[in-house]
Design a protein around this ligand. Sequence first.
Ligand code: NAG
Length: 157
Amino acid sequence: MSLIKTAIVCVTAAVIFALVQGQGSVQPNCLGCICEASTQCNVSVGCHTPYAGAYFCGPFLISWAYWADAGKPVIQNDDPNRQGAFENCVNDLYCSAETVRQYMGKFATDCTGDGAINCEDIVRVHKIGYNGCNANVNANDAFWQSFRTCSARVNVD
Ligand SMILES: *[C@@H]1O[C@H](CO)[C@@H](O)[C@H](O)[C@H]1NC(C)=O
């Protein structure tokens, strides 16, 4: 995808999140860029098993364990203990964003050790986990390239 088109999609995601994310510790544009980097914020990606034991779903590529740790948020009137509640939530743009916000409410940490929890920390916890999240990342990896492009464009750090 061209840089211009990427930037436009990126801004679109950021605007969507600005509309739906009024509260919480994660900046809307940060959430938008994580969504962009994960799947180009595609709500139609569904669920995938990229390797044995891994199962990731939705625009943020969320695993069952991540969703459970977040507190099992559900779409309206769903039962968190119902089979399929996980997939229904994390394949939904709003519920998946809420999952990230709740997860970060519990597990966000200052990965980079700069004394503040900013978007760089949030994306690291999302992608790497809260343990060892100051690890070096491969800047050429599609996820990190996309995230850096988006975060520069919408001015989150
Ligand atoms: C979103 O993902 C679906 C399923 O993988 C794919 O068919 C579709 O082309 C994607 N949409 C965009 C805009 O990339």
